[in-house]
Design a protein around this ligand. Structure first.
Ligand code: FAD
Length: 317
């Protein structure tokens, strides 16, 4: 069986889940080797977390250059491993950093690249949703190694535990990958709620909140959910852009998505339409999001959400 690389994802909010999703997709193509790019001295601890999903082996590369020189250094390490091992495919998480690494890797190894895949088949053909999710594209690259970025939350991750063999590769980062130096970086401030992209339940608010997210947050907290927002809400400064769901925000695919005061523009749908159950609260019965709702409540969110919050609370106690 051929070998497939995944880049173990320590860079997104939902790192372990995303790595499992990559492994699950990669296992359709070949035996999965997870590449762990680690700061010096951290490789073993990071490799130990790559133990879910069908990962057969792990290659650890430790280098201080990853923190100092960032993406170019990571892409260079991955390119050197790809040149040495000639995997059939390299799967990387489709966030900004993953896509930049993938682009550099494809150029360095003269490989074809597909970004933002939502599914990957055994023959390396990929499914992409384009034009805000309205059009489905199937495509495949012809080069011996395919570089593919896979959108988080698109693949149902295998959660079976694995005990992969771990080896260490000694790699010297090329000088051309050290052209820029990171002088400081700040990790994101984490709140008490689950991360948007890994939450089982997401409660989102839109322009209908009129800037008051209190009922949305109260309902989310009662459900143990993450809070999302439409672009109208984030552009208005009512909620941070890091919580925006949609084409230019995050893609979520929770078990339950509750949209409150959100009309259902195609750009918003693009980020949530694969949610397993969709509930819409909107006072306009003609709101387009009702078209894809499993359950709809026609009403004022400021009346509906406190009742729903109270209802959930009573059932829990
Ligand atoms: P509106 O469309 O104004 O809808 C508000 C809804 O709230 C209405 O349906 C109204 O009936 C309802 N409402 C009002 N008051 C209440 C109340 N008290 N109780 C209940 N319901 C109430 N949008 C995104 O969300 N994410 C993206 O990533 C994104 N990317 C974009 C990229 C591009 C290139 C473009 C052009 C647009 C993008 N947009 C995105 C914007 C998108 O087109 C919509 O403008 C936006 O989603 C609308 O947000 P909204 O539904 O909150 O507001």
């Amino acid at each position: 069986m051929s070998r497939t690389f995944i880049l173990a994802d320590f860079y997104a909010e939902a790192s372990t889940k995303t790595t499992s999703e990559l492994a699950t997709a990669a296992a359709r193509i070949g035996d999965v080797t997870a590449i762990v790019l680690a700061p010096a001295g951290k490789g073993a601890a990071m490799a130990a977390t790559v133990n879910v999903g069908p990962v057969a082996s792990v290659i650890v590369v430790e280098s201080a250059d990853f923190a100092t020189h960032g993406v170019p250094a990571m892409a260079d390490a991955l390119a050197q491993l790809t040149t040495t091992h000639s995997p059939t495919a390299v799967l990387i998480a489709s966030h900004a950093m993953g896509k930049e690494i993938a682009g550099r890797l494809a150029v360095a190894t003269n490989s074809g690249i597909i970004t933002d895949a939502v599914d990957v088949a055994a023959d390396r053909s990929c499914t992409q949703l384009v034009f805000g999710g309205s059009t489905t594209v199937h495509s495949a690259v012809n080069t011996s190694t395919a570089v593919i970025t896979v959108r988080p939350n698109s693949v149902e991750a295998s959660t079976a535990a694995s005990t992969p063999a771990v080896e260490t590769a000694a790699i010297t980062i090329a000088d051309h990958a050290k052209g820029a130096t990171i002088t400081s970086s700040q990790p994101p401030v984490k709140g008490g709620r689950p991360e948007l992209t890994e939450a089982n339940i997401v409660v989102s608010g839109g322009r209908g909140t009129d800037g008051n997210f209190a009922p949305v947050e109260a309902f989310a907290d009662e459900l143990g959910a993450a809070v999302g927002a439409s672009r109208a809400a984030t552009d208005a400064g009512w909620y941070p852009h890091s919580h925006q769901v949609g084409q230019t925000g995050k893609t979520v695919s929770p078990q339950l998505y509750v949209a409150c005061g959100i009309s259902g523009a195609i750009q918003h749908r693009a980020g949530m339409q694969t949610s397993k159950t969709i509930v819409v609260v909107n006072k306009d019965p003609e709101a387009p999001l009702f078209e894809i709702a499993d359950f709809g409540v026609i009403g004022d969110l400021f009346a509906v959400l406190p009742q729903a919050t109270q209802g959930v609370h009573s059932r829990k106690s």
